[in-house]
Write a protein that binds this ligand. Structure first.
Ligand code: PEP
Length: 247
């Protein structure tokens, strides 16, 4: 069976209680979406958002600690995300790799913790502009996948997001051929790491908007999107969801 397509929103460090009105609007406009819809808000909004999102929209965290509990001030355990209604957690986003020095090994440890807690890990990979210019993109992505995916990853507990660092929040996107090349490579790489590799959902992320979503969703091995800025407004995210529903 083809994997269920996934429209995932990453609110990053944006949003407050008033912004939950956007979730109400999204649920009202898409009460029975034809794809899976996920929103990953700041952790403080997970619990109140759950009451609004119900079963229509899945929720996710934006990071978790590799340990199940303990003296880690400011961090959040995977089980705590699960406890307040999360089903997913984004791991290894390029902003965390850059801001917090997260290595592939750290991402793999966090993903293992997410799996142990019953969360699906969305593992992010992506090249910088300098790496693309140097012709290193495919090698960088292969190495990140190799180092960031833990043992016992499956299509049920793992989603991969290809997010070129230079495309995030910039309004720039790779060409369709460039996305197709990386997604094809990722599918091949997964065959060595995951038993049911063909069923692992591969998301594209980086300046996905209502205006380019349909074109991106038509690219082979693109099973959905990880959306930053355009996920903050119900109208924009709803248009992206509509594009995925008909892809
Ligand atoms: C992201 O940060 O995951 C992202 C894809 O951001 P944007 O859509 O704003 O480029």
């Amino acid at each position: 069976m083809a994997p269920r397509k996934l429209a995932a929103g990453n609110w990053k460090m944006n949003g407050d209680l008033a912004a939950l009105a956007e979730i109400d609007a999204l649920v009202a406009a898409h009460p029975a979406p034809g794809c899976e819809v996920l929103v990953c808000p700041p952790a403080v909004l997970l619990h109140p958002m759950k009451a609004r999102a119900g079963t229509v929209i899945a929720l996710g965290g934006q990071d978790c600690h590799a340990n199940p509990s303990g003296a880690h001030t400011g961090d959040i355990a995977a089980a705590q995300l699960k406890d307040v209604g999360a089903a997913y957690v984004i791991l290894g986003h390029s902003e965390r790799r850059a801001d917090h020095g997260e290595t592939d090994a750290a991402v793999a440890a966090k993903a293992a913790a997410a799996h142990a807690a019953g969360l699906t890990a969305i593992i992010c990979v992506g090249e910088t502009e300098a790496q693309r210019d140097a012709g290193e993109t495919l090698a960088v992505i292969a190495a990140q996948l190799d180092g960031s995916i833990p043992a016992r990853a499956t299509a049920a507990n793992t989603v991969i997001a290809y997010e070129p660092v230079w495309a995030i929040g910039t309004g720039r996107t790779p060409t369709n051929d460039q996305i197709a090349e990386v997604h094809g490579l990722m599918r091949d790489c997964l065959a060595d790491k995951v038993g049911d590799a063909a069923a692992v959902r591969l998301l594209y992320g980086g300046s996905v908007k209502p205006g380019n979503a349909a074109e991106i969703f038509a690219i082979p091995h693109v099973d959905g999107a990880l959306v930053g800025g355009a996920s903050l407004k119900a109208a924009d995210f709803g248009a992206i969801i509509a594009a995925l529903e008909t892809a």
